[in-house]
Ligand binder design. Structure first.
Ligand code: ZN
Ligand code: ZN
Length: 355
């Protein structure tokens, strides 16, 4: 087998891995690099695109799926395989897909000659890791992965063998334990809440927002919670789906629609504040003396970046990936002959690896 890295190693974004087997060629993810003028698409040739038998997706985030329309425009017409939850989240850009659950029920199965194993990766609803085997050669992709999760289950990778593993190491050389990061975030939010009364949290459509809501409930943060329509819809799903959400039955799953209240925490399902609705909501909250809190990566040229530059938004990370300590622990708990860290500009990798 041969892995060709089309994006995602030595950089943050554009995650895309081209696999050339003996009888099958496939992609794992097809993301875009945010904010790049040329589109920030994966480094794939026309020949590679035309050779593809299928695409496997780890989850719906744009750094893993945003180049799918570009891939289709460039002639790919094979099946895209993803969990049903990922398919629903991607329905605006991906009209058709094959549910992973249908070809690999219960976590394992085959696509032609390729043996496929998968498990939940703890990063958001629908997110998975993959282990592929063809003719005795095995490669594992962690996808965006974390075992330290408050809301999303993770089928922890333990005792797995692989000739090559591509593992999440998005936080580079950072070694801060999860609990310390959470405590620091809660303390910082408590201080900001005291100062500004009204805090605005721009969060991804799927993932980190619910984790934050649970964290603030566990920390008994005394304030009111609000969210936009998608955030409230996602909160409701927690009690309905025990497969993708761990934290059922608790009182924490509450928030109200935001309508101009002057105090509380407001979740907006648009991390970079790109949509007119998100901008309008942010403007309204800031006009009331509110302050923004960015818990993930800020993208260039966005309203979130501008608010940070103007001192109207504070960065306080909530971890939804692995750092160096967690990456090293994961490597030690499995038997991988070769490992490549991805999702970070801190570590680079060769563009092609044969095994
Ligand atoms: Zn992600
Ligand atoms: Zn990612």
């Amino acid at each position: 087998m041969r892995l060709y890295i089309a994006g995602g190693c030595g950089e943050h974004g554009r995650n895309c891995f081209y696999m050339q087997g003996e009888t099958i060629c496939f992609l794992v993810d097809c993301g875009v690099m945010a904010g790049e003028s040329g589109g920030g698409y994966p480094r794939l040739s026309q020949e590679q695109i035309h050779s593809l038998d299928c695409v496997f997706l780890t989850h719906s985030h744009a750094d893993h799926t945003g180049a799918l329309p570009w891939l289709l425009q460039n002639g790919f017409c094979g099946p895209v395989i993803a969990t049903q939850d990922t398919m629903i989240q991607l329905s605006p850009i991906l009209p058709e897909a094959v549910p992973l659950e249908s070809i690999c029920p219960g976590g394992s199965g085959c696509f032609r000659n390729l043996k496929v194993e998968w498990g939940r990766s703890g990063h958001c609803a629908g997110s998975v890791w993959y282990r592929f085997t063809e003719n005795e050669k095995t490669i594992l992709f962690s996808g965006d992965y974390t075992e330290d999760t408050l809301v999303y289950p993770c089928d922890a990778l333990r005792g797995k063998t692989a000739d090559l593993a591509v593992l999440d190491c998005a936080y580079g050389k950072d070694e801060t334990p999860f609990a310390i990061s959470c405590d620091a975030l809660v303390s910082q939010v408590a201080v900001l809440l005291k100062k500004y009364k009204l805090l605005l949290f721009p969060v991804p459509k799927y993932g980190r927002g619910l984790e934050l809501r649970k964290l603030f409930a566990d920390a008994d943060l005394k304030t009111e919670f609000y969210g936009d329509a998608l955030f409230l819809k996602n909160l409701n799903r927690v009690s309905e789906d025990p497969f993708w959400y761990t934290a059922q039955g608790a009182k924490w799953c509450t928030a109200a629609p935001y309508s101009g209240q002057k105090a509380g925490i407001v979740f907006i399902s648009d991390p970079q504040l790109r949509t007119p609705e998100a901008k309008g909501l942010a403007d309204a909250a800031l006009a009331l003396g509110g302050h923004g809190v960015m818990t993930g990566t800020v993208e260039n040229g966005t309203l979130s970046e501008r608010l940070i530059q103007q001192g109207q938004m504070t960065i306080a990370r909530y971890p939804v990936h692995l750092n160096w300590a967690q990456y090293s622990a994961l490597a030690a708990r499995n038997q991988f002959k070769q490992i490549i860290p991805y999702h970070t500009g801190v570590f680079s990798a060769p563009s092609t690896i044969a095994f």
